[in-house]
Design a protein around this ligand. Sequence first.
Ligand code: PEP
Ligand code: MG
Length: 757
Amino acid sequence: MLEVLRRIVQEVNGARNLNTALSTMVRRIRKAMKTDVCSFYLFDTEQQRLILMETIGLHAQAVGQVFLRPGEGLVGLVAQREEPLNLEDAHGHPQFRYFAETGEERFASFLGVPIIHQRRMLGVLVVQQQDKRRFDEGDEAFLVTMAAQLSGVLAHALATGGLNRPSRDTAQELSQATFKGLAASPGMVIGEAVVIAPPADLDGVPDLIPTDIEYEIVRLKEAIYRVRDEIRAAGERLASRISAQELALFEVYQQMLGEAALTQEVEKRIREGQWAPGALADVVRRHVQYMERVDDNYLRERAADIRDLGRRVLAHLQEGSPQTPESFPERTVLIGDEISVASLGEVARDKLVGLVSIRGSSSSHVAILARAMGIPTVLGMVDLPLPRLNGAPVVLDGHRGRLFVRPDEELLSYYRGMIDEEAALAEMLEHEQDLPSRTPDNYDMPLMVNTGLAVDAVASLKSRISGVGLYRTEVPFMITERFPGEQEQMRLYRDQLESFAPLPVVMRTLDIGGDKDLPYFPIDEANPFLGWRGIRVTLDHPEVLMVQLRAMLRASQGVGNLQILLPMITNVDEVDDAQRLIARAQAELAEEGVKVEKPRVGVMIEVPATLYQLEALAQRVDFFSVGSNDLTQYLLAVDRNNPRVAGLYDACHPAVLSALVRLAREAAALNVPTSVCGELAGDPAGALLLMGMGFNALSMNAPSLPRVRAAIRRVPLTSAQTLVDETLGLASPREVRMHLEKRMGEWQLAHLMPPRD
Ligand code: PEP
Ligand code: MG
């Protein structure tokens, strides 16, 4: 039975469009269950009714003609109750309703099950039989399992095929459509969709035998040469706007193209009797397949790079002429199956206003770059119907992770208003950014920034902050091809320390694992967030940690503002081990004649166990830094990257807030300075709560500073303290959010809250 289930799901999944998917589904289920009829009724949420969308066994002309409200007839009853209904004699049921169009009076037995995806009713699947037949438990279980398995596939098919449902006319076909993805870089824009189709289709290349092998090799090399040239030019166009580290990504592309291995492999195939496009497609496909099979985020991103490069070379082999940077529309929202770093550089920067892609997550290269460049971006938008988007007007909302295609006037004017408001707000807040973050009752709340990339942009904020609260060292490690050496790291760190001196810079030791992989150090685990992460990895690899510690200490020579932060601490032993290594690094440098002071050392409070070990930790370190992102995910047992449970992830959960209150109180009693560097600190209402709790500093992404400063300058410390007391009495995250919104409204600060649903 399992095998049948698997095959049906696979077939439905592989269907080209929604109609084929539905027709495959009902045909295969009827056959598997040996019944007379199998039908699917789609639930139309707009109209709040079920519509017969596909059937095998009822009259075909009834499709699109039978409508039922939830609760109406047997099918409506299944939808209303959201549970299966199994009847031996359907006609005898008081709810039975006869639809002449279907000819269903011939069918006595009825089994209907709802198809539900993420709590949303998609429709009802029904099987019917002419003779009185009691569908047995096995039948019911089969259909329920089938419905559960098909729900995801169907939700996807409905979303992607949703623009041309058979019952809709052309006018409706062109109406507004909304798509949801992962918010990867904030901001809202109105623009025109430009779908970057893969320049050439590697899967569509036929196998041909070349007539002149040498000519094929020459044109292959020529094509590769031209792609290298294009990428170099794209890199140059971006050079003044992105940092050297980010620019290094273009180098990686160049290296891949220059890699003898790839060219040689293609050449070898040509010599074996394939023409250049076919040989190229074979080699690229093989590499991509291999890399995509590996369970490693970074390698999968690399597979995308290789595929992109392959398509570019193929485009030249096929004499395609790529668009020039100037030929894009004025307000281009670039949309693609996957958007590579190189395609970013293809559009003139002043024309590029937004990015959307079907693949990718917030740790993709392109997300890192988009944030550094301030381009609103939504990734992982799996339901996008790419072929129908080109040239369409769109609204992109990088706060909520939404794309609106062909927005109607109402939505457009709503977003025009929001965008104007955001710009006006930014301008208004700018005026007070050089003022202290001081409350009306004269309490100074130190604000710091989180850094990782594009140090130059943030260094200009020096006069407005109290230092760097978190420098995520893994970010530069993520965009290199190997562990950077001691000198290389030293230069990076020295840059940071000098840029912000004399303000403190808190450098966190390498925090890899979880969702942060290094290309050259893959970690493959069933539960990566509960596994080999942060300090657990680096203590197991003292050779890696020692190089980093020595580089940090060496960089701090004569600057004196370094503080070291240890991530993912669970046990005090880990702190003792790390402290020993720090002391050793200091001693080794001293032997080399490099005299540095011992830096202040702190631990991240992000594993719940540390909440109960504050005293023991306080004896070993100088400060605490609360990683509210991880603390939330571990306290609530919610993976911070899993979209299925994203609705459960909330740093304003009362349990998280009460843990934070206790933590702030105990740390103060122990006299340990404690800051917060998770996203909660960058949320204006969250920042007020944290201030009210008594944390000593708040560290956030630079773009969050203006709103947080504005909130602090308008709310007295005493009111923030009252706010904490009020929220502690609330039972659910929803109540907390509602209360925060209410108070922010009363303080005339509603405009500071980032837009959310
Ligand atoms: C955190 O966990 O809150 C944090 C600041 O670190 P990261 O987001 O890098 O895990
Ligand atoms: Mg963390």
